[in-house]
Every structure is written in structure tokens, then in C-alpha cells.
Design a protein around this ligand. Structure first.
Ligand SMILES: O=C(O)c1cc(=O)[nH]c(=O)n1[C@@H]1O[C@H](COP(=O)(O)O)[C@@H](O)[C@H]1O
Length: 273
């Protein structure tokens, strides 16, 4: 999916919502556990309930690979079930020496046909570039993350450049790929840094996780993060998919997604350049 296609979806759905499929076998409603593939049944119901409000889905790969072969199978079925024209993110946070990164890229782009994969930048250029060699595919590089541990390294100052390590990641990586193939993760809990991020990457899409369960503010993210083609995909996982663990789980997920979408629609009117 191109950046233009993504913006068209955002405009037509009046939404920049990404639903996170962090599907935990221990958290899904008990009545699904009798099914042959409970993880897929859950995801299918969540996708059916939220597809009118979401422009993207982000399965977090950890939840699937923890289950072994059956988890990968549920993931593949889920990916195939996601409607066309919806952006798909394999949240795998990969990155390794070049030949290994190439294989990770093949796993998610060829074997599984995801639109994008999250990549950790710590190993540098030759660990990221193999992912950028795939046409019409996206790398979503960790910029500044939502967790407390982000302060250990990402905020360290680089004295001779007078900027933080996360800014250096965002600036330097733009030498490796264009804004049609590279996005950055910025945690919603770090909305105070969005102006800085936007200065460093005015055109790029940002994947912003951390609203809902982690407490990030959708309004702040939208106000400081939106650019003239929206430039935001805001993820919520637990806040949507575990709105209820009863028979009404899909209905409640729909309500949660719709609530976020309605708020997003307002911000698109207000902040889109
Ligand atoms: O790359 C990510 O998606 C990510 C980066 C980050 O900084 N913080 C973060 O929470 N995430 C992911 O976003 C999702 C957030 O889930 P909820 O807190 O349940 O909405 C999880 O799948 C996390 O792994």
C-alpha cells in the first residue's frame, strides 16, 4: 500500500485507528476456547466488529510465536482475513546482521505478505536496509518508544550533534529510505516530543502506540503529530480488544473502536493542514 493509498483510506473512513491484535489465549473469552482455533475466531470477530473504524491492524507477533506452529497458523489466517485496502503491520521488532535481516524481511513480506514490519534500529544501516529492498513494503523503525525503559538509551544526548539518540535515529535513517517506505514509532506517552519528531521527519507517517491501556492522550498526539496527509496511525490494543471478556466482546470492541474513530474524525477536521 502506498502513502497515497493510506491517506485515501484515512480520508474515506475519517480514521487513523490501528487496532492492535495482541491476542492472548489467557485473556480471550472462555466460550471461544472450545473452537478449533480460538485465536483466529477471536481475531475474526474483532476484525468484523472494527473494520469500519480501522485503517490498520497490527498483530503483535510475540503473542503468536509464543504458541509455536499453531500460533503462526492463526497469524496467517488472521492476515488473510484482514480486508483489502487495510494496512497491515507485523509488529515483530526485528533487525540483525544483513543476511539475517533479509530472511526476516522475506518471512513477513513474501511468506506472509504483510505491508510493514516494525524494526529495531540499534544495529544500524546494514540491519535495516534489507527490509527496505522490498517494493511497496514499509519499515516502521522504533524512534521513541512508550515504555519507561526508553529513558535508558533513547533520550541520551549526543553532545557534538546537540540532539538525542532517538532524534539521530530518525534523522540518520532518512538517508536509507524515503517517506514512502519508512515510518517511525513514537509512543503516545511521549506526545511532548512530537513537535521535535515532526521537525526531524515532517513528511513521514508515525505509528503511535500507547493510547488506551498505557494512558497516552489522543488529542495531544493528534494536535502535535498530524501533518498535511495526517501522518499518523494511532494504535490501541488492549483498550479495544479486551473491552469485555464475555459473549459481548466483539460488540464492546466495536464501541471502543467507534469512540476512538469519532474522536479522530473531529481531529482530522481540526488539525489536518
Ligand atoms: O512498536 C510498537 O507497536 C510499540 C512500541 C512502543 O513504543 N510501545 C508499544 O506499546 N508498542 C506496542 O503497541 C501495543 C500497545 O498495546 P496496548 O498498550 O495494549 O494498546 C503493544 O503491541 C506494544 O508492543
Amino acid at each position: 500500500m502506498t502513502r497515497k493509498d493510506l491517506f485515501e483510506q484515512i480520508q474515506s473512513k475519517k480514521s487513523y485507528l490501528c487496532v492492535g491484535l495482541d491476542t492472548d489465549i489467557n485473556k480471550i473469552p472462555k466460550h471461544l476456547l472450545d473452537k478449533e482455533d480460538p485465536i483466529f475466531e477471536f481475531n475474526k470477530a474483532i476484525i468484523d466488529a472494527t473494520k469500519d473504524y480501522a485503517v490498520a491492524y497490527k498483530p503483535n507477533i510475540a503473542f503468536y510465536e509464543a504458541l509455536g506452529a499453531s500460533g503462526w497458523n492463526s497469524l496467517q489466517k488472521t492476515l488473510e482475513y484482514i480486508p483489502e485496502n487495510t494496512f497491515t503491520i507485523s509488529d515483530a521488532k526485528r533487525g540483525d546482521i544483513g543476511n539475517t535481516s533479509s530472511l526476516y524481511a522475506r518471512a513477513f513480506f513474501e511468506n506472509m505478505n504483510f505491508d510493514s514490519v516494525t524494526v529495531a534500529p540499534y544495529m544500524g544501516e546494514d540491519s535495516v536496509k534489507p527490509f527496505l529492498e522490498f517494493k511497496n513494503k514499509w519499515v516502521i523503525l522504533l524512534g521513541v518508544t512508550s515504555n519507561q525503559g526508553s529513558f535508558d538509551f533513547q533520550h541520551l544526548r549526543i553532545k557534538d550533534k546537540n540532539r538525542s539518540l532517538f532524534e539521530e535515529v530518525i534523522i540518520k535513517s532518512q538517508e536509507w529510505g524515503t517517506s514512502d517506505q519508512l515510518m517511525f514509532v513514537v509512543g503516545a506517552t511521549r506526545a511532548d516530543l512530537l513537535e521535535k519528531v515532526r521537525k526531524a521527519a515532517p513528511d513521514h507517517f508515525l505509528l503511535v502506540p500507547g493510547v488506551g491501556a498505557q494512558g497516552g492522550s489522543l488529542e495531544d498526539v493528534s494536535k502535535y503529530g498530524m501533518n498535511d496527509h495526517c501522518g499518523l496511525l494511532v494504535n490501541s490494543s488492549r483498550g479495544i480488544i479486551y473491552s469485555s471478556n464475555g459473549e459481548d466482546f466483539a460488540e464492546k470492541a466495536k464501541e471502543a473502536a467507534k469512540t476512538l474513530q469519532m474522536e479522530m474524525s473531529e481531529y482530522l477536521d481540526k488539525y489536518l493542514g
